[in-house]
Ligand binder design. Sequence first.
Ligand SMILES: [Zn+2]
Length: 291
Amino acid sequence: MAAENIRHWKIGDVQVTRIVEIDAHQDPFTMVSPELAPDAGKNYPWLIPHFCTPEGVMKISFQAFAMKTPDRTIIVDTCIGSDRERAHPGFSHMQSDYLDDLAHAGYDPEKVDTVLCTHLHFDHVGWNTKLVDGQWVPTFPNARYLFGDKEFEFWKHEIAEGKEHASHFPDSVDPVVKAGLVDLIGPNHQVCEEVSLFPTPGHTAGHVSVMIKSKGQEAVITGDLMHHPIQLAEPGLPATFDEDTEQGVATRKAFVQRFADTDVTVIGSHFCDPTAGRIVSDEKSWRLKLD
Ligand SMILES: [Zn+2]
């Protein structure tokens, strides 16, 4: 258990809790966009020290969010997961503290009623399942798992074509489908009174972001419509990991315009600690203002 992995926010009556699985991993900024220099961060002093090193190298985290509303317990995305074979050695056969951290933060997997995946990449669905006696079983046995209908169709097609990037489905997605726990939902699905989705396609076809509204306060969980706060300053740059480059740019621009200079707290799915802030205009561009 690592207390620094856990951070709580209060949005009206909703508690949002972050659980970090991989903290502040360093990579060149080309991982975010092929048009950024590896050390591009040094041109954006506001990114230092939380989001890049003093030398300008990118810092990125892998994390999930849990939520308690007055009557629901929801997990948004489920990280990478332990015990899995993955193409990237850094993600393969990990042993992570995610479940211990979740318990320490006050979330009992048996009591989670909803698991919501912003999209179905391997780093957002891992702890959908856990390995028990050699079998992959649902981690949240009493939850409905919500997957976007368009997203699920896209991946069915990728699997049929034998695409390598769908190789996480047998351990992280198929077992919850087989257990009958999945509901396919539309991109504007209302999860409960306080929590709804809105479409943010580009990174993947059916990608969604999560809106939380309670008692006049609002927050949004980005998912992977962006990976790093530098993309608030440069929403028009193509993103390395977007399936649809043009759509990804359009989605990022619309997102920044919608939330800039508002009171909406933006919680970045891959943003390093402190992970959340508000988008503010910064001369000709935007930046993340920490709370
Ligand atoms: Zn991701």
